[in-house]
Design a protein around this ligand. Structure first.
Ligand SMILES: [Zn+2]
Length: 307
């Protein structure tokens, strides 16, 4: 069955609403499939402003794992109400082990930890009908946005795709697009949303907070953020046919600038990489899957990694 047919069926299920959803008994053989991928980062979760909320050494991390899980749950529940039959959630922040998985429903599957191919959208494939980004943040070249960075604030100062600076949201949307999957909804601060919409188009969005600076925000409460996310996911599935996969021109050209000098020097020993300035390299990839694999390599490889 084509993706378009499944999307049409989902809209029909939405339109029929409770009547269809209340049919008793196990999922029948004719139940339409609607597969949803949800990638969850943490910087864009309501209330997050500093590292205190973002990692195991922060005094508020434990609480914010709960809030992150609550926002993910809001998206999951709204997707299920809209007819999602198969949901994959990718824990895509820090150590990849933030979501409190015992709080998620038994019929979702969760991708955890790194390294992994396709990074923050690992688990996406051409059977997925819709992608959702929760808790996303602005890119490293954005002058606004709470904790704005692209992939690694410690190591990278710029990532560009076909000449345009990217945020994680637009990069991941391009990977989803490679598999024919549209991004339908995202949440995060105002800067993150504006950046992804500029690249990808008018997706649904839940603004969990307004960035006042790198480490400050005017924020919704956790419950209000979750409620808004649920509403916007519902709206997105109500107009699912309108979203188009974000397709970038191939082969893709990726520019990466490092904070330090030596990564650019040493990588330029490899014919894959062209050194474009003291701190920067460029590579070409046949498509976003290949580009993603190279970026994962750049982020994950060290000669002393174990085991
Ligand atoms: Zn993160």
């Amino acid at each position: 069955m084509s993706k378009l047919h499944r999307v049409g069926a989902a809209a029909l299920v939405m339109a029929l609403g409770a009547a269809v959803n209340s049919v008793p008994g196990p999922a029948s053989a004719h139940q339409r499939k609607l597969k949803v991928h949800i990638s969850v980062d943490m910087e864009g979760i309501g209330g997050v402003v500093t590292g205190e909320q973002l990692g195991p050494t922060g005094f508020e991390y434990g609480r914010f794992r709960e809030f992150m899980t609550r926002e993910a749950m809001a998206a999951i529940e709204a997707a299920k109400r809209a007819g999602a039959t198969d949901i994959v959630v990718a824990d895509s922040h820090g150590n990849g082990q933030n979501l409190l998985i015992d709080q998620l429903p038994p019929d979702v599957r969760i991708i955890r930890s790194w390294p992994r191919k396709l990074g923050m959208v690992a688990g996406i494939d051409d059977a997925v009908d819709a992608a959702i980004f929760i808790g996303y943040h602005a890119g490293t070249n954005n002058v606004a946005g709470v904790r704005a960075h692209t992939f690694s604030s410690a190591n990278l100062t710029r990532v560009a795709l076909n000449g345009a600076n990217v945020t994680e949201g637009s990069w991941n949307a391009a990977i989803a697009g490679h598999f024919g999957v549209p991004v339908v909804m995202m949440s995060g601060d105002d800067a993150a949303i504006a950046e992804v919409r500029k690249a990808v188009g008018n997706i649904e969005a839940a603004e969990t907070k307004r960035s006042l600076g790198f480490h400050s925000a005017l924020t919704l409460t956790p419950q209000a953020a979750a409620t808004l996310i649920g509403q916007r996911v519902t709206t997105a599935f109500g107009r699912l046919q309108e979203f188009k996969p974000f397709k970038v021109q191939t082969p893709v050209v990726v520019d990466v600038s490092f904070k330090n000098y030596l990564p650019a020097e040493v990588l330029s020993y490899l014919p894959l990489f062209e050194r474009t300035d003291s701190h920067s390299i460029r590579f070409r990839a046949k498509d976003m899957a290949e580009a993603s694999a190279v970026m994962s390599f750049l982020g994950d490889y060290r000669p002393d990694i174990t085991p």
